[in-house]
Design a protein around this ligand. Structure first.
Ligand code: KG4
Ligand code: ZN
Length: 344
């Protein structure tokens, strides 16, 4: 795809908001020349979740190497880049700061424009990479470890939030339930796998709704229901069928996500729907959404699993659209741990 200035735009993108140190080279927002991800999962597994201080230290150790690898894989140098894109929020402040400081140093040393990117905008933009024809407007369900949002993407960089979680994010619920049934961290992929051996209708877990805002979510009650069920079994001396618990919990999450998402698409009057974020790689959720979209004649877009979880290619895609819209950040760019979508 070429852009209106007819010159190809190459962006070096950096992502370090949580436990992945990642760098990518992206051409014209949609063509990924490299996408290097150094995951810290093995390190954090020992503690049952991400330890912020350890994450920051590991990012510092890895970031230069990951960036060099991204440039080498793309067969390019910093001098050939047109801009540096970096996640500046939301996320863990110490982790974000490593990427932001690195991007600022490169921007200063190589006189490259600096473009700060919202992490969730990055997740949404992952859809542009593998769906070359996808253009806004569309509805997007963002489901990650820290976020659960239903968003109308009106235009590149223009978001209207329809609903969000009132407590835990979907991924957080996956991680907490996985821990409760002894699967370890990160829970999402493990529940996804174990569920295939279980009966999703074995246990009736709640599917919370809000009458006043039908696009909002709540997952903490569901998490508590799972914990109560496990305690109940323990008190009665019954053995827990972990696969049934995983499958029934996952079905409850998927039912709520699918129902709310389909309602949002219908009410928006749009016919395009996309998913984004780590939980969007869940196989049951993807299948359920594909089926619902087919039934309602909605075009369904989804990044491949590797582009759903944290990566820098998605940051490069988002940075490109910010860049061509003329957005530039100065060397005063700071990490904003609780940055809201659509804010700058
Ligand atoms: O988007 P992401 O990589 O990081 C954040 O921005 O939060 O999402 C990570 C979350 C974790 O909670 C992880 O358990 C969940 O995504 N996740 C999954 C799956 N793969 C990752 N949840 C359900 N099923 C999966 N296959
Ligand atoms: Zn993420």
């Amino acid at each position: 795809m070429s852009n209106s200035t007819e010159k190809d735009i190459y962006i070096l993108a950096i992502e370090s908001s949580c436990d992945e140190t990642a760098a990518a080279v992206v051409k014209n927002g949609r063509c990924v020349l490299s996408n290097i991800i150094s995951s810290q999962i093995e390190l954090h597994k020992l503690y049952g979740g991400v330890v912020p201080e350890i994450a920051s230290r590991k990012h510092i150790e890895k970031i230069n190497q990951v960036i060099q690898e991204a440039l080498d894989t793309a067969g390019m140098t910093l001098d050939q880049m047109d801009a540096v894109g970096v996640t500046y929020g939301p996320g863990l402040v110490g982790a974000l700061l490593v990427g932001v400081a690195e991007a600022k140093a490169i921007s200063y040393a190589k006189k490259l424009p600096l473009v700060g990117v919202h992490h969730i905008e990055g997740h949404i933009s992952a859809n542009y990479i593998e769906n070359q024809t996808l253009e806004p407007p569309f509805v997007c369900l963002v489901v990650s470890g820290g976020h659960t949002h239903l968003v109308v993407v009106r235009d590149y960089g223009k978001y209207e939030i329809l609903g969000h979680t009132r407590d835990d994010a979907a991924g957080e619920a996956f991680d907490k339930v996985a821990r409760a049934i002894g699967l370890g961290y990160p829970g999402g992929p493990k529940i996804d796998k174990l569920s295939k051996e279980g009966n999703p209708d074995a246990i009736a877990f709640p599917r919370p709704k809000f009458e006043d805002s039908p696009y909002d979510f709540s997952f903490s009650g569901l998490k508590s229901a799972v914990l109560n069920y496990l305690n109940g079994c323990q008190m009665k001396g019954e053995t827990v069928n972990r696969a049934d618990v995983a499958a029934s919990f996952q079905k409850a999450v998927c039912d709520v996500l699918v129902e709310h998402a389909m309602l949002a698409v219908k009410d928006s009057g749009l016919h395009k729907f996309a998913i984004a974020g780590g939980v969007a790689s869940n196989s049951t959720l993807r299948a359920a959404l594909a089926e619902a979209c087919e039934k309602h004649k909605i075009e369904f877009y989804h990044p491949s699993p590797i582009l759903c979880t944290d990566n820098a290619a998605m940051i490069g895609a988002a940075a490109y659209y910010e860049y061509i819209a003329g957005k530039r950040d100065g060397l005063d760019l700071n990490a904003v741990p609780n940055l809201k979508l659509g804010e700058r």
